[in-house]
Structure formats: C-alpha cells, structure tokens
Ligand binder design. Structure first.
Ligand code: NAD
Ligand code: UPG
Length: 498
C-alpha cells in the first residue's frame, strides 16, 4: 500500500472505472447467463465475452454441439460467436480479472432451511461470486446484478466489495460500481426477447460514478436496442421492478385461472371471457390463457420472495395479497388432478394415464416447477400407471423430478410406476385417459386422423383432459373421446330455456 503523505488527509489514489466495456465476464452459464451473453457477443463483435461457471459439465456442454439449454435460435447464435468473441470456461478467476464488466447471473432459489425457509431467496451463490470478485480482481470493475434478487441486495454486495478491495500493481485502489440490470426474457422465446426487448432496465446509484457505470452498460445494449427502450432508474427501484413484473404477470394467470373454475361450474367459456376482457385496452389480451397453473423457475420463487420482503417490512396484508397468487396456483393444479380422478369414476388405481408434455411450457426442456410434476405426483399417490411423452425433456430428468427426495427406494418405485414413451401414440396406447400438460405445437396440430388412431388403441371410454386448451374438443368428441378442457364446463341447459 502506498504510504500517506505527511500532514495531509490520506485520500487513496483510486483507479477509475472503465468508461468503455471491452471485455465482459458472465458468472453463471445457465438459462439466463448463457443466452443473454451469447446474444451480447453476437451483437457486439468488438467485445470479448467470457461465460464462466463452477459446473464443468455445463461448460463442456456449452463448448459442445449439444448445448445444455434448449432454446429456439440459440444454437445458431452460439455457433456464430463461439471461439470468435464468445468463450465458455471454468476458469472463473481469469474471467473476473480480464473483465471490465461482470454480470452476476447465478441462481437465487428459494431457501429450503433456516430463516425465511420456503420464502426468502437463497443469496449464498450471489454472495460467493461477490467475495470471489473482491478477492481476485486486480482492476476497477462494473458489477451487474443479472440474477433476480431481493430489494437492496446491491447494498450487501457493495459492503462486501468495499471491505475487501485491493490495489493495482501501481498502488491505486481499485473501485467497483454495482448496477442492477434484471433480465425479463421468457424461456422458449429467449432469443427473440433478447433481440427485441420491451425494455432494458438499468438501476444505478445516483452518483457521478453510478451514472458513468450505467452509461457504459447502456452503450453495450445500444449496439442493438433502441436507446428509448433503455430505462435508467435507482438501484432499489430496478431490483423491485423485477419482482413486481413477475408478480403482476403471475397474478393475471391466477386471476384467469380462478375465473376458469367459475366457467367450469356455470358453462361459461374461459377463452371467450378472456377474449372479451382483453378487448378492453386497459386490460389487454396477453397472459390471460387459463391453464393447469403456471410453472417455471421464476414466478413462484419471486412472489415468495416478495411475500417475505413484505412480511419483513411488517406489511402483513401486502404479504397475504401476493401469497394468494401462489395459493390460487396450487388450487388450480390440485383442482385439475381431482377432476381427472373424479371423472374416471373416482379411481385411477392401476389405470394407465398418458401425460402429454412435461416441460413447464412449450419450446423449452426446462421442468422447474412444471405443473406436470404436481399432477404426476398426485397420480402416483392414486397408484396409477403413468406414461409420459415430452419432445424435449430427457427421460432421466422426468424420473428425477418424480422421485421424492429422501424416500427410501422411491427411485425404483418411480421406475415401476412411470414409463417414458417415445411418442404420444405410444404413451396413449392402452391408456384410459390422456392428460395434456404442455401446449407443444405437435399436440395442438395433431390431425383428426392421428387422434382417431390414438382413440383406437385406448381403453373405452377414452378421456382427454386438456390442461392447456389446445385441442379441438368438438373434433375429439366426434371421434368418441370424452373431453374436459380447463375453463370449459358442460353446457348447462337452464330449465327456463329448455
Ligand atoms: N430462467 C429464466 O428464464 C430467468 C429469467 C430472468 C431472470 N432469471 C434469474 O436469473 C438467475 C439465474 O437463473 P438461471 O435460470 O440462469 O439459473 P441456472 O440455475 O440455470 O444457472 C445458474 C448457474 O450459476 C452457476 N453458479 C452458481 N454459483 C456459482 C458461482 N459461485 N460461480 C460460478 N457459477 C455459479 C450454476 O452452476 C448454474 O450453472 C436467477 O436469479 C433467476 O431468478 C431467470
Ligand atoms: O397466459 C398464460 C401465460 C403463461 N402461463 C404459464 O405461466 C408460466 C410462465 O410462463 P412465461 O412467463 O411465458 O415463462 P417464463 O420463462 O417463466 O418467464 C417469466 O419469468 C421470467 C423469469 O423471471 C421472466 O424474465 C419473464 O419475463 C416471465 O414471463 C408457464 O408455465 C406458462 O405455461 C399461463 O398459464 N397462461
């Protein structure tokens, strides 16, 4: 450390922040870090992008022909940049040292033990990255929170970084600026969303250095995003906006799903109700598709996080309000599972149930919080035989998802009860019911003849439970199927009109 000059207040000589970004390191090569930083590499050929991860298998896969994440368009992006200005590596320290700007894009799951268990975000991966950056950085850097984090996480990161800063070789103290830049991509449309985002949010401290750092990140995005779509806010607003956006989106789904229950009981049609409501420009048509419930790694986790934040702030009513969105989602899943059992004469024991689709939505192989898991687990409890077909989810992943952790011999029990079919036709052969859990195009576009073929191989009466509203119920009924579609009740003829 350089010694302070005599009789003067010691002000360390600070190494200024990089004003232009030349090298980016992304810590976390997952569903967000991989696609996001691959697109940055594609759109910014003058920037070197290094994506690092602790998981060597994941990095190997990113460096192979079979990427660890299935996402339409992603293969092409990676093929065009990998080895040019895009690199995947397990050498986290080298990546940190080389970068001017570091994205922290690690997982922030819900805590499973300790204080806040079941609600709060587990921030230990974020903290581990922050400490690693502090201990190995040899130059000033811009640190960007890409992970979804609770409001004020940047303050903790800042404290850790400032308590551990070192000096450059020529004795200048290195500095860090933290930005919040939450990611809004949805899986299945990630590349499209990244090419053409509704907005890019950059939160910074309201200081000269904070604004400079935000400007440097803005310049990266301006290589392909119109400047008017880049919205700069304070750090805490940016962090909270991410949780708020997911809570508002999920709330719409729980709202329409709650209405789907009323539709089923009255004979109203939820797709007509959604369309009628969505025609109001103030409501809008998107995100009003009734389903067996929302899944995915984000909605539930982020709302639980918001609930925990509200509780911690003593805002009990606010916490209860948002918690209801999750409770409604649980209700929707269990309501659908109950409907299957009730319709099949109150028992599915020893019956074969075909499940079409296991991913939490179409165009992804991701099964995190997939409603199909809840449904299949409840069919398992009813002692049904389950045959599952999904075009993208690997067999081992499905078996793992259906195994109860910590239950002795459950893996073998799952294998005895669950089969993974190579096609929808195979899954449905000899089944008593078909349950559609994911809206894959191949189910929606199945021709009448193909359904006829499926019908011929099933036990009779043959039932279809459409949890996504994707099949043409009338055509299927014509073939002979008995069809239940979420949000569509039996036509009740009121005696007045009969
Ligand atoms: N999945 C989505 O669609 C999505 C969208 C927007 C935001 N987010 C948020 O982005 C974050 C990442 O989500 P994801 O789906 O990419 O998670 P993920 O689990 O797919 O990827 C996270 C990666 O981080 C790695 N990692 C963890 N700790 C590390 C460390 N200390 N050093 C190096 N690597 C480490 C893990 O090995 C893993 O590969 C989460 O906070 C999530 O809420 C996710
Ligand atoms: O009208 C709808 C829309 C969606 N869903 C379901 O909701 C879940 C989530 O879908 P979606 O939001 O499209 O996918 P995610 O990849 O989870 O993306 C959400 O979560 C991400 C992670 O935070 C955010 O970045 C995205 O903006 C946000 O849409 C899926 O199970 C969908 O099937 C419905 O049931 N009805």
């Amino acid at each position: 450390m350089s010694s302070p000059p005599d009789s003067a207040i010691y002000i360390p000589d600070m190494q200024s922040l990089p004003s232009r970004v030349r090298t980016i390191c992304c810590i976390g090569a997952g569903y967000v870090g991989g696609p996001t930083c691959s697109v940055i590499a594609l759109k910014c050929p003058h920037i070197k992008v290094i994506i690092v991860d602790v998981n060597p298998l994941r990095i190997d896969a990113w460096n192979s022909e079979k990427l660890p994440v299935f996402e339409p368009g992603l293969d092409d992006v990676v093929r065009r940049c990998r080895g040019r200005n895009l690199f995947f590596s397990t050498d986290i320290d080298a990546g940190i040292r080389e970068a001017d700007l570091i994205f922290v894009s690690v997982n922030t799951p819900t805590k499973t033990s300790g204080v806040g268990k079941g609600f709060a975000a587990d921030l230990h991966y974020v903290e581990a990255c922050t400490r690693r950056i502090a201990s190995v950085a040899t130059s000033s850097k811009i640190i960007v929170e890409k992970s979804t984090v609770p409001c004020r996480t940047a303050a903790s990161m800042r404290t850790i970084l400032e308590s551990n800063t070192s000096e450059t070789e020529d004795g200048k103290q290195i500095t860090f600026q933290i930005l919040s830049n939450p990611e809004f991509l949805a899986e299945g449309t990630a590349i499209r969303d990244l090419y053409n985002p509704d907005r890019v949010l950059i939160g910074s401290l309201d200081t000269r250095e904070g604004k400079m750092a935000a400007h440097a990140l803005r310049e990266v995005y301006e290589n392909w995003v119109d400047g008017s779509k880049i919205y700069e806010t304070g750090l805490w607003s940016s962090e909270l906006s991410k949780l708020a956006a997911n809570a508002l989106l999920a709330q719409r789904i729980s709202s329409i799903n709650s209405l789907s229950a009323i539709c089923e009981a009255t004979g109203a049609d939820v797709s007509e109700v959604a369309h009628a409501c969505g025609l109001d420009a103030r409501i809008g048509p998107k995100f009003l598709k009734a389903s067996i419930g929302f899944g995915g790694s984000c909605f539930q986790k982020d709302i639980l996080n918001l609930v925990y934040l509200s509780e911690s702030l003593g805002l009990t009513e606010v916490a209860a309000y948002w918690h209801q969105v999750i409770l409604m989602n649980e209700y929707q899943k269990s309501r659908f599972a109950r409907k299957v059992v009730q319709t099949l004469f109150n028992t599915i024991t020893m019956k074969k149930v075909a499940v079409l689709g296991f991913a939490f939505k179409k165009d992804t192989g991701d099964t995190r919080e997939a409603p199909a898991i809840t449904l299949c687990k409840s069919f398992r409890q009813e002692k049904a035989f389950i045959s599952i077909y999904d075009p993208k989810v690997p067999r081992e992943q499905i078996l793992l998802d259906l195994t109860e952790p910590g239950v002795v011999d459950d893996f073998e029990a799952v294998r005895a009860q669950v089969t993974i079919a190579p096609s929808p036709e195979e899954a449905c052969r000899d089944a008593e019911a078909v349950v559609i859990c994911t809206e894959w195009d191949e189910f929606a576009q199945k021709a009448e003849d193909e359904w006829r073929g499926i019908y011929a191989t099933m036990k009779k009466p043959a039932f279809v439970f459409d949890g996504r509203g994707v099949v043409d119920a009338q055509t299927l009924r014509k073939i002979g199927f008995r069809v239940h579609t979420v949000g569509k009740g039996p036509q009740i003829i009121d005696p007045i009109w009969a």
